[in-house]
Structures are given as C-alpha cells and as structure tokens.
Design a protein around this ligand. Structure first.
Ligand code: NAD
Ligand code: UD1
Length: 351
C-alpha cells in the first residue's frame, strides 16, 4: 500500500479524489485547514466505505492544519518516515479559488496559494518526496482566440487567482530543472468540475452564496434563490450565452489517480494536461438539461455580462487522454442528476 499526502483533501475535488484513491487501497494523509470545507466530509467518506464493505477509517490520517505552517508539514513527513510508511507522492489541492475575492484581496491569494505551495515543495525536497500532482486551472489561458484550448495555448491569466496558479506551475518547472530533472510532476489544468458522487453523500459545499453556475442552479431549483441570472445573452455563441467545458467531479478524481499511476510508472517528467471533456455546453443548455433530467423548474432571467467573463472555454483534451489512458465517462445528464441528488439530500451541506 502506498501512502499519499493530500493537501486540501476535505474540499470538493479533494474529497472525491480521496475516495477514488481509497478504493484503490492507498493510505492517505490529509492536511486541510478547513477554511473552505468541513471536516464532516470524512465521516461521509467512511459511510460510503461502509456501504461498500470497506473501512476507510484505517486508511486515513487527518491533520487539521495550514500548509503555510512549515513545521506542520515537516512533522507530517517525519512521522510518516518513522511509521515506515513514507509519503510516496502528493496531490496538492489546498488553495483559495474565488476569482472576485482574489481581485479584492490579492495578498491573501499570493500568500495562501503561492507561499503555501513553496512550503510544501520545500518539505517534499527535504524528505525526498518528488512526485506531485498539482491542481492547476484552465483559467491560466485567459481569453485566447482558439476554439479548443491546447496545453501550448498562450498563457495569459486575467486575475490574481489565475496568476497564482501560473506561478505555482512556473515554480514547479524551476524545481524540475534545478533538480537535474529528477522530479515527476503533473499540472492538471481543470476545466469546470461539477456534479457529485453518485451516493449523494459528498459534493460541492460552498460556504457562501455560490459564484459558479452549477451550484447556483442547484440552489435556485431548491428554491433558496428566486431565479438564476444568466450573465449575457449577446455573446458570439450559438445561443448568445457563454460556453464552458463541464466535467463530472468523479471523472476528474479518476484523472488524478491515473496521473499518479503514470508518474510512478514512468521516468521523471513534467506534464501539463488539460482535464476536460472537450465538449462545450452553453448556460442555456445547462439550465435546460438540468430541468429536463431532474424534472424541476429553474427560473431564470437575462442580466448584464459578468465582468472578466470569456465567451467560450473548451478543452482540447487529447494529450491527457493519450498520456493517462483516461477518459471522462459521465455525461452532462449524469452531472445534473448527481449534483441535484447531493443538493436535495444535503440542503445544509455537511451540517
Ligand atoms: P475547495 O475550496 O472545495 O477545496 C480546497 C481545500 O483546500 C479546502 O478544503 C480548503 O479548506 C483547503 N485549503 C485552502 N487553503 C489551505 C491552506 N493554506 N492550508 C490547508 N488547507 C487549505 O476547492 P476545490 O473546488 O476542491 O478546488 C481544489 C483545487 O483545485 C484548488 O486549488 C482550486 O484552485 C483548483 N481548481 C478548482 C476548480 C473548480 O472549479 N472547483 C477549477 C480549477 C482549479
Ligand atoms: C469561473 C472562474 C474561473 C474558475 C472557474 C471554475 C470567473 C471569472 N472565473 O469560471 O477562474 O476556474 O469558475 O471554478 O469567476 N453564470 C451565469 N450566472 C451565474 C453564474 C455563472 O450566467 O449565476 C455563467 C457565467 O457567466 C459563465 C458560466 O455561467 O459564462 C460559467 O460560470 P462559472 O461556473 O462561474 O465558471 P467560469 O466562468 O468558467
């Protein structure tokens, strides 16, 4: 059994990825400050395990802590070595991700995302751990002209959040080069993860009013909010609303497992991979599919464009498919069905 360190493992993508890794029999050390998540997610993961006759309690060590604190990270690596279960690799989810907040409070983002990551990489270097999968984002591409974004599409972040992701990728590249190319690194550039685990026991849990489309639709359908405001009806797209590449969070979780497997089995490398479906969906299509699949009304009206929005963001995912031998299996209907199941079973999130 291999031991992996998962930073931010209580979050939306982290929790689903932990579940996929646990199913594969791995031991996990999770560090999370719970600044944007709940520790109760662990109980839900155990519950899913029990349903499947697994005891994930024995595979998880949880440390409530902040990656900005180097001493905590150091202790985690040392303890794992003492227990003769050294950390073989890291998946680095811990970070803040709200674009608007990053514009208002850039220092918070640079400190949390970049300084936190530097601490993590320093600890990894000190304890000879050089395998890492990093949560990057399609947001680093900005607003290029191409219909499908490739990994070599020009990088041009449009906000501090995007710059922190790009900067962390750059730091990892410098580490790779300076270490005489001994590290194994995968920067996964996620497109738009939505949905939830099919059990309805874990899912996305925004602690404030959601900024993103899918959790907002769920709350409107649940009648927490009166209607969805669709930001712009005059974009240069087939129905005038913006297009995004939505990916089921469980498919995204599986991409992380595939990335770790790839890194473990292959020579040192640094990979940049787009993790999306390659299929674009407009806001109107999303609303209509959600309504149809779940047989529920989603009232909406059109509003002004959101500042900083981009008309279309769709992945060219060929490199990821080929490299990782992975492909997204769940379609938009499943994303809508599973996301809605999570919403109706957990109107108050993990409380
Ligand atoms: P999330 O907020 O649900 O999860 C992030 C987790 O990290 C939370 O549990 C939070 O408490 C923890 N965290 C934050 N700062 C920390 C710190 N300094 N120390 C310890 N824990 C800390 O977000 P998510 O949607 O699961 O995203 C995970 C990662 O993927 C983030 O880095 C995010 O930037 C990136 N990402 C997300 C999306 C998306 O649409 N959800 C898209 C692209 C990239
Ligand atoms: C946002 C972030 C991006 C991040 C991504 C995934 C911004 C500018 N960008 O992108 O950095 O990587 O989330 O976390 O915030 N929409 C509505 N009404 C709503 C909410 C959204 O019409 O109430 C529209 C948006 O205008 C957009 C689409 O729905 O066209 C998707 O929005 P969202 O879910 O926020 O994702 P992104 O815009 O891709």
């Amino acid at each position: 059994m291999t031991t992996y360190l998962i930073t931010g493992g209580c979050g939306f993508i982290g929790s689903h990825t932990c579940l996929s890794l646990l199913k594969r029999g791995h031991n996990l050390i999770i560090i999370d400050s719970n600044i944007n998540s709940s520790q109760n997610v662990l109980g839900r993961i155990y519950k899913i395990g029990h349903i499947e006759n697994n005891h994930y309690e024995n595979q998880i060590t949880f440390i409530k802590g902040d990656i900005k604190n180097y001493e905590i990270l150091k202790k985690i690596f040392i303890d794992a070595i003492h227990k003769k279960k050294p950390i073989s690799g890291v998946i680095h989810f811990a970070g803040l991700k709200a674009v608007e907040e990053s514009v208002k409070n850039p220092l918070l983002y640079w400190e949390n995302n970049v300084f936190g990551s530097i601490n993590l990489f320093k600890a990894m270097k000190s304890y000879d751990c050089n395998i890492i999968v990093f949560s990057s984002s399609a947001t680093i591409y900005g607003n290029p002209k191409e219909k499908f974004f490739r990994e070599d599409t020009t990088i041009q972040p449009m906000n501090p959040y995007g710059y922190t992701k790009f900067t962390i990728e750059k730091i990892l590249k410098d580490i790779y080069i300076s270490s005489n190319k001994e590290w194994k690194i995968a920067n996964l550039r996620y497109f738009n993860p939505i949905g939830a685990h099919e059990s309805g026991l874990i899912g996305e849990n925004p602690l404030n009013i959601p900024n993103n489309l899918f959790p907002y639709i769920c709350r409107v359908a649940y009648k927490n909010y009166k209607e969805l405001k669709i930001f712009g009806s005059d974009w240069n797209t087939y129905d005038g609303t913006c297009i995004r590449d939505y990916i089921h969070v469980v498919d995204l979780a599986e991409a992380h497992c595939a990335a770790l497997d790839y890194l473990i089995e292959n020579k040192p490398t640094i990979l940049n991979l787009n993790i999306g479906t390659g299929i674009g969906t407009s806001v109107l299509e999303m609303v209509n599919t959600f309504s149809k699949v779940n047989k529920i009304d989603v009232p909406y009206s059109f509003a002004n464009r959101r500042s900083g929005d981009v008309p279309s963001i769709v992945a060219d995912n060929k490199l990821a498919l080929k490299t990782l031998n992975w492909f997204p299996k769940r379609d938009l209907s499943e994303m809508c069905k599973d996301g809605w199941k999570w919403q109706i079973n957990n109107p108050n999130g993990y409380n």
